[in-house]
Design a protein around this ligand. Structure first.
Ligand code: P71
Length: 459
């Protein structure tokens, strides 16, 4: 029998959730154009759309919100956050932003010009869109194991370092204003990146005079995987590992909505004082004064405290353990997954789950709709809808290697009984998989289409 991890907290506040009938859900999802982003949260029983901004804050974080200093300039909570960032990340400069994509926008608008390239293991969709909207190119170069859902590898998020070197030679370092590494690799299945890989990427970039920025939103989960899986790192604390991770970088973008355990917020941190000056100017234009950057003082305090809670090793053992428990239960039921199971989410492999639906008929979208209809579970499609591209020459659709449905687990929110319910509902959908049909897109916007697209069922 698979044992779930024991929660290192007790529950002080609860939020009731309402179950609907299957008939109600059929009508709700049809009205939403079969797009789960368009369904009201109240009509969902278990919401696995994202682990972003959906954490339960601790009593310490809530009490920190009560000492929010709402002064326009120089509020005390800015300095409290600065201390956390210095001790964990070691970067001397940072600006708060309202969330991760604002940090990306400001960084790229400051550093990129049209035609530039930004290599990474895998860019997340908002990162890619922010790069592309400036006329630059976001280039993914994860190791080949990272693109195969069935290959077991401890660090499937690693960058292919040989490819990175060849790429720099090919396009020239002058057209690469920065390189990135996403920890953990969200679009590739929440897979970690090893400390050794980060060190090597940093060495290659720096040898070519290119700075490294880490997309750090799941840095604590990544540090825990390094501690558990990278032999040389076994005896170290997650704080020591985080310190060394960021020591190889010139800065980071951070969505605090993940491993800072808050509902809103982010920041952009860096070493270079000249870059910091330029970034402050843009920040004032778009986000706010550099000591609040689009957030309230109370939000800054909650982040300052959450950053430490996320590094707590009892918390991380429970956190990674709970996601692993769901993965193990699904596997036991014979459901095709991306393996190993990631840090923040279990990813169902829609290609193997619904092999009779070709990629152009959106199997991952079909599976997400089915999970909602069967059990009021909301997941997110990370497949053709989110990641298909148009070939610029031929106009043909380039389908992504991975066709996934992500079950992202909010932090400290759902119990292990909820995990059992999710596994059993998924098994029910799997038993009836042959009856599930494909979908087509009937409306899509030019960027980030998955948020607002509408679909229709194919007969
Ligand atoms: C996630 C999200 C947020 C999201 C995106 C799409 C649909 C639903 C929810 C956001 C990330 C991320 C990485 C690696 C930057 C951001 C942007 N992830 N990098 O996974 O995962 O941060 O949301 O604070 O702007 O559900 P932001």
């Amino acid at each position: 029998m698979i044992r779930p991890p024991i929660e290192p907290f007790r529950i002080k506040v609860v939020e009731p959730v309402r179950m609907t009938t299957e008939d109600e859900r059929r009508s709700i999802i049809a009205k939403a154009g079969y797009n789960l982003f368009r369904v009201r949260a109240e009509d969902i029983y278990i919401d696995l759309l994202t682990d972003s901004g959906t954490s339960a804050m601790s009593d310490r974080q809530w009490s920190g919100m009560m000492i929010g200093d709402e002064s326009y300039a120089g509020c005390r909570n800015f300095y409290s956050l600065e201390e956390s960032i210095r001790k964990i990340y070691g970067f001397p400069y940072f600006v708060p932003t309202h969330q991760g994509r604002a940090a990306e926008h400001i960084l790229f608008a400051t550093m990129l010009k049209p035609g530039d390239y930004v290599p990474s293991n895998m860019h997340f969709d908002t990162t890619r869109a922010n790069i592309e909207s400036l006329g630059a190119h976001a280039v993914d170069m994860v190791i080949p194991e990272g693109l195969d859902p069935q290959t077991i590898h401890p660090f499937k998020g690693n960058v292919d370092v040989a490819r990175l070197e060849a790429f720099i030679r090919e396009v020239g370092k002058d057209r690469i204003p920065l390189g990135m590494v996403t920890i953990t690799n969200n679009n590739g299945g929440g897979q970690p990146v090893s400390l050794e890989n980060i060190r090597q990427v940093s060495e290659v970039l720096h040898r070519n005079g290119i700075p490294l920025f880490i997309d750090a939103c799941r840095y604590a989960e990544n540090a825990y995987f390094i501690q558990q899986r990278e032999e040389s790192q076994a005896g170290r604390t997650t704080l020591e590992i985080a310190n060394e991770t960021f020591s190889y970088a010139d800065g980071c973008t951070m969505s605090a909505k993940k491993d800072a355990l808050v509902n809103i917020g982010g920041f952009l941190a860096m070493r270079d004082p000249a870059l910091y000056e330029r970034i402050c100017q843009r920040l004032i234009l778009w986000e706010g004064f550099p000591t609040y950057g689009g957030l309230a003082g109370r939000d800054l305090e909650a982040i300052a405290r959450g950053l430490w809670e996320a590094l707590d090793e009892n918390y991380l053992a429970y956190r990674i353990g709970q996601v692993g428990y769901l993965g193990a239960r699904l596997k036991e039921l014979g459901i095709p997954l991306l393996e190993p199971v990631g840090g923040h989410a279990v990813y169902l492999d829609a290609k193997r789950f619904l092999p009779h639906i070709p990629q152009e008929h959106l199997p991952a979208q079909a599976l997400a709709v089915e999970l909602y209809t069967a059990g009021s579970i909301r997941t997110v499609e990370i497949g053709t809808v989110m990641n298909a591209r148009q070939d610029p020459q031929t106009g043909e659709t380039i389908y992504p290697a991975l066709e996934l449905v992500r079950m992202a687990i909010p932090r400290r929110v759902y119990t292990n009984t909820h995990m059992d319910y999710i596994a059993e509902t998924t098994a029910r959908v799997y038993e009836q998989r042959e009856k599930t049909g494909g979908y087509k897109i009937v409306y899509e916007p030019p960027f980030l289409r998955h948020f607002t697209a509408r679909f229709a069922a194919l007969d």
